[in-house]
Design a protein around this ligand. Structure first.
Ligand code: 13P
Length: 251
């Protein structure tokens, strides 16, 4: 059985002090990790504060990005090796904002996935189509292409442990959620792609999140779909009450 995983993506928000306050106000009300895994992915400058504040609680900690090298002359980058040393569990890679504003390619994302696995940090690999691609009804071929390129050369064991986040770009920060049917349809296609690339067991194990205007009012319906195992949540993860309502969606 796949454990549901709800992850906040704070993007470029919060400072260490706000981070510590936020975690202090939620840490005793999180679901047991065996029931729902609660994750917060924060800016690199907040990770130390986040990790310390989360100690002894059910909260898992993630980064929003990392580089595909672990050390050297790469000014401004974040090392997967140091994320591991800090006890960071997850790292988002390939978010559409990084693809668009920082020109990240599937090749970069694939290299990042490999280096993160080598350093015991679980990647959350993002994929998703633009409005233009969906209007041209090319979304499946687009997302399948991203998955094939991003997972290239990963082992079945790695993919079994991976998290994939399907985030249609037109639903991010717009208040326009994909319908639960649209989200389920694509998450199913992603699982079938993993089955074609690997095997039944790997496809059964990989966890697939939906992201794009997820909020406390729509999380339950989305999570009720058989191929949706979690949410990757931006705006609605920034307030403690709303974050708690998301991770406790089963109550
Ligand atoms: P919103 O939840 O703000 O739409 O953001 C989604 C997202 O990009 C999460 O990674």
């Amino acid at each position: 059985m796949r454990t549901p995983i709800i992850a906040g993506n704070w993007k470029l928000n919060m400072n260490p002090e706000q981070t510590a306050e936020f975690v202090a106000s939620i840490k005793n009300e999180l679901p047991e990790s065996s029931k729902v895994e609660s994750v917060i992915c924060a800016p690199a400058v907040d990770l130390d504060a986040l990790k310390k504040a989360a100690e002894g609680s059910e909260l898992h900690v993630g980064a929003e990005n990392a580089y595909f090298e672990t050390e050297g002359a790469f000014t401004g980058e974040t090392s997967p090796k140091v994320l591991n040393e800090m006890g960071i569990d997850y790292c988002i890679i390939g978010h559409s904002e990084r693809r668009e504003y920082f020109h990240e390619t599937d090749e970069d994302i694939n290299k990042k996935a490999k280096v993160l696995f080598a350093n015991n940090v679980t990647p959350i690999v993002c994929c998703g189509e633009s409005l233009e691609t969906r209007e041209a009804n090319k979304q499946e071929e687009w997302v399948v292409g991203q998955i094939k390129a991003d997972l290239d050369g990963l082992t079945a064991e790695q993919v079994s442990n991976l998290v994939i986040a399907y985030e249609p770009i037109w639903a991010i920060g717009t208040g326009k959620t994909a319908s639960s049917e649209q989200a389920e349809e694509m998450c199913k296609t992603i699982r079938e792609t993993v089955k074609d690339l690997y095997d039944d067991e790997t496809a059964e194990n990989v966890r697939i999140q939906y992201g794009g205007s997820v909020n406390p009012a729509n999380v339950k319906e989305l999570m009720g779909k058989p191929n949706i195992d979690g949410g990757l949540v931006g705006g609605a993860s920034l307030k403690p009450d709303s974050y708690l309502a998301l991770v406790n969606y089963q109550d």
